[in-house]
Ligand binder design. Sequence first.
Ligand SMILES: Nc1nc2c(ncn2[C@@H]2O[C@H](COP(=O)(O)OP(=O)(O)OP(=O)(O)O)[C@@H](O)[C@H]2O)c(=O)[nH]1
Ligand SMILES: [Mg+2]
Length: 213
Amino acid sequence: VIIPTKNEPYIQTLVDQINRLLTVDHEILVIDKSDSLPEVRNAIVVPQSSTGLGNAVVEGISRAKGDVIAVMDGDGSHDPQDLAAMVPWIDRCEIVIGSRFVPGGKTEDVQSRRWVSDLFALLTRIILSTDLKDPMTGFIVARRSVFDRITLRPRGYKFVIETIYKSRAKVREHPITFHARKVGTSNVGFNMKGFIEACRIAVLLVELRLGIR
Ligand SMILES: Nc1nc2c(ncn2[C@@H]2O[C@H](COP(=O)(O)OP(=O)(O)OP(=O)(O)O)[C@@H](O)[C@H]2O)c(=O)[nH]1
Ligand SMILES: [Mg+2]
């Protein structure tokens, strides 16, 4: 289980919950880009040497030892109960993503962020011709073989859609409850940083379509 973190005070609580709820054999890798490296019990904390969330995931994948790799946020948005429910599906498909927008899925996101999600889901549908309901999710469980057959070159946050599009893997969209971040401050928002990230995503989608990324 790979958890990218950048100043996430919730990480220990999350790790404890995962260890309690995930009954299959697992290791937890915290790939951290905080101002100072956190101490986390019952997890391996790795200082990120690259920059950006997507590259943290790439570092995590190269260190992970399991046949199945999960990635989830470290702020409590992604629920360990959902993780435990998603993992068994990996017997029947290659990728399981946590989806807010399939029947049974829920989100505590504010309305403005839902509109942004809707907009990018529509853009993804048009540009990449996928019928995913939640292509911007960052919650994934995938077979290691999926990552072995592609080269991820992440731009910003959105490594999941890159993984799905490049691998052409069979995907299950599993309904999750997306919680509002538990503690800590938002890394994105309706500001310059958020705008730049939105532009990055749009460019990423076009590059993927053109096969130049
Ligand atoms: N290692 C690493 N982790 C990051 C980086 N940027 C964000 N993260 C982590 O990636 C996860 C998802 O980022 P979030 O900041 O929750 O993104 P978000 O949910 O879109 O926005 P907020 O929750 O409002 O901040 C969190 O666990 C972050 O701490 C980064 O550059 N490096
Ligand atoms: Mg978050």
